[in-house]
Design a protein around this ligand. Structure first.
Ligand SMILES: [Zn+2]
Length: 169
């Protein structure tokens, strides 16, 4: 856990400047195509995107489309959809990647380790019993953008075509 939530993931943020709506990666992403933006799925009020700086393979973020910083600013519809998308992302990740568990969570505020504190996002980090060194090993053998593109493709395909027993929300 320590390694997962340390506040060094400031790579999205230049010069410790928190983005406004106009230069926010989580506002810009939905304006691009799914492949370019690494978007796995889009809902009505929120969407699911691969983390460009993953802690582990299949690390997804659930973001509302609205540029809000805090979970308590989310509307009931956004709260419900963030929850539903999180559940579905877990099922899809289990199906595609066979993971053993997850870390779920939101860092609220830069002080709590949020890289993009200005735009709410929930982390979904798949975990495997033997994952301690998994990602560094595969990342060394493939360029990261290619790897992320392949992971997005697998997750998005499974998301769009749930097998029997996996109900769309
Ligand atoms: Zn934003």
């Amino acid at each position: 856990m320590d390694r997962l939530w340390v506040p060094h993931r400031m790579v999205y943020v230049k010069d410790h400047h928190q983005p406004t709506q106009h230069d926010c990666p989580f506002c810009e992403a939905p304006e691009k195509g799914d492949e370019d933006a690494l978007i796995v799925a889009r809902g009505e009020t929120a969407y699911v995107i691969l983390n460009l700086f993953p802690y582990n393979n299949g690390h997804m973020l659930v973001c509302p489309y609205r540029h809000i910083a805090s979970y308590d600013e989310a509307t009931p519809a956004e709260v419900a959809e963030i929850g539903a998308l999180t559940q579905r992302a877990m099922r899809v990740a289990c199906e595609v990647m066979g993971c053993d568990g997850f870390n779920l969570g939101m860092n609220q505020g830069a002080i709590a380790g949020a890289g993009v504190a200005a735009h709410l996002h929930q982390h979904i980090v798949p975990r495997w019993a033997s994952d301690a060194n998994f990602f560094p090993i595969i990342a060394k053998t493939k360029a990261l953008p290619q790897l992320l593109g392949e992971v997005r493709e697998k997750l998005a395909t499974a998301w769009a075509d749930p097998p029997d027993g996996v109900q769309p929300e």
